[in-house]
Write a protein that binds this ligand. Structure first.
Ligand SMILES: Cc1cc2nc3c(=O)[nH]c(=O)nc-3n(C[C@H](O)[C@H](O)[C@H](O)COP(=O)(O)O)c2cc1C
Length: 475
């Protein structure tokens, strides 16, 4: 058997992101009240630099920072519980954390969520290109389009744009960013030639031109090419329109789901859709959110879970969920089935109520730790076996690991679970070198030519001159 075949058939190494947010209560609500939880320190830089170093010790591929524009005000028609339980409120800008964390690490990637609906493509592209420079190519972007009416009011718009229209705007936003990142500066434009007083060769910087339905722009980009140029593109579209968008643009996707069997259906669909769009469907990296409580033995992990449960708030979980689906879950009795109502929020999550009978009591049971992600509890070996089984059944590539009691749960995972995954050959034992994109895909720093970005890349002026020369010779 050749080396390449061996590599292809070797079981997948599990990719791992810590899933977090620049706030107190991210996914597992209520746990901020646990005496050992430190998430109330989220506004201190040392909380994040310590976390980044911890994650790097655990060889995490990335810290994935969620974000929302707006507040959760659907539950009980207000924000009282949101404020009391700190359900993603207060929450601060995620990108402000990254330079500091990059300064104390070398390999950890940073996936930053930005809702493009409220950004100017130019300013956004500039900020991310600058971060890619400062982190030496460790930046990813989680592309979201928003789902909160409260955001529209804060921004001063008339109401949430229609779900599918948000994706049409996103298409154009990306096209314009691709022009900025890939179409304005040639790779060898920057010379830094002191003797000849040429910092940048003017013939290698080009104005971009864009006149579209949502955006207009003309001129040169202000940032020279960074290592990756375009950040690694993450997305989580799950509706028909969202999935079409994601499988066209994203390099990595998040899939929501509670069982590996259900997730497998999504995984197969996503890979097939990407292939239909001329991309390598198998190359897409697919992640699911997961919550883990681990300890030295199964029994101790169960004891820890029981302890955590005392502090968790399933009700706060429902308040979060109410905003995700755009329906106030506070209006139903525990045994009442939640009726499906078409809203403009997250279509794919809302569809669940169309497909099955779900009561408030069912949801509360699912939100045992205040969040609705699949929960795995046990010793390092038990958790490792379950994660491997989850990956092998679902066809996923990795997990977004939520925090429970912060930062204790990450310390536990690194201490108990990672060595067991490594023992089973399913987790790296050292980082690959290079950019975030190269670490994840092992195919260099830039997006491949099968990605729609290739049509926006600037042609090098040398190549252009060669082309003119060839045309002259053949004429
Ligand atoms: C794991 C995961 C993380 C997500 N993180 C965010 C986020 O940080 N901010 C946000 O506005 N939406 C987030 N979403 C929601 C997605 O952007 C998207 O709206 C959702 O997956 C539904 O897709 P749809 O818009 O095609 O219905 C996330 C979804 C998943 C599955």
């Amino acid at each position: 058997m050749s080396n390449t075949t061996q590599k292809e058939t070797a079981p997948k190494k599990i990719l791992l992101n810590a899933f977090d947010m620049n706030c107190v209560g991210h996914i597992n609500h209520g746990l901020w009240t646990h005496p050992r939880d430190e998430s109330h320190r989220f506004n201190e830089l040392s909380y994040w630099t310590d976390l980044a170093q911890t994650l790097e010790k655990g060889l995490f591929d990335g810290l994935f920072i969620a974000d929302i524009t707006g507040v959760y005000d659907v539950y009980q028609n207000g924000i009282d519980l949101t404020l009391k339980e700190s359900i993603q409120l207060p929450s601060h800008d995620p990108s402000t954390l990254v330079s500091a964390m990059a300064a104390v690490t070398k390999n950890l990637g940073f996936g930053i969520t930005v809702n493009l609906s409220y950004e100017s493509p130019y300013q956004f592209a500039r900020r991310f290109a600058s971060l890619d420079h400062l982190t030496k190519g460790r930046i990813g972007w989680n592309i979201v389009t928003g789902y909160l009416d409260s955001a529209e009011r804060l921004i001063g718009q008339k109401g949430l744009k229609d779900h599918d229209l948000r994706y049409e705007q996103a298409e154009e936003f990306l096209e314009l960013c691709y022009k900025f990142w890939e179409g304005s500066w040639e790779d060898d434009a920057v010379l830094k030639d002191k003797a000849n007083r040429i910092f940048t060769d003017p013939s290698k910087v080009h104005a971009i031109e864009h006149h579209g339905r949502f955006y207009n722009s003309q001129g040169v980009f202000q940032v020279s090419p960074s290592i990756q140029r375009t950040p690694v593109l993450f997305q989580a579209g799950a509706s028909p329109k969202g999935m079409q968008f994601a499988t066209n643009h994203a390099e990595a996707m998040f899939i929501g789901g509670d069982t590996p069997e259900k997730i497998k259906v999504q995984v197969d669909k996503i890979r097939a859709l990407a292939s239909e769009q001329g991309r390598d469907g198998d190359a897409l990296k697919l992640f699911a959110g997961i919550t883990v409580v681990s300890a030295e033995t199964d029994e101790l992990a169960e004891t820890k879970l029981r302890e955590y449960v005392q502090y968790a708030s399933p009700e706060a979980g429902l308040a979060h969920f109410s905003s995700s689906i755009g329906t106030d879950l506070g209006q139903f009795a525990d045994d009442e089935a939640i009726p499906y109502k078409q809203t403009n929020s997250i279509v794919s999550v809302n569809n669940r109520f169309k497909e099955q009978k779900v009561t408030i009591a069912d949801l509360k049971a699912q939100h045992l730790l205040g969040g609705r992600y699949p929960l795995i509890v046990g010793s390092g070996a038990t958790v490792a076996e379950k994660l491997i089984e989850f990956i092998d059944i679902s066809g996923l590539d990795g997990f977004n690991l939520t925090r429970t009691v912060a930062p204790e749960s990450h310390h536990d995972f690194i201490h108990y679970v990672i060595p067991e995954l490594q023992k089973r050959g399913r987790y790296k034992t050292a980082y690959e070198q290079g950019s975030l994109r190269h670490k994840i895909f092992q195919k260099g720093d830039r997006l491949p030519d099968t990605h729609p970005i290739h049509q926006f890349r600037c042609q090098s002026s040398d190549a252009h001159l060669d082309q003119i020369q060839t045309q002259k010779q053949t004429a």
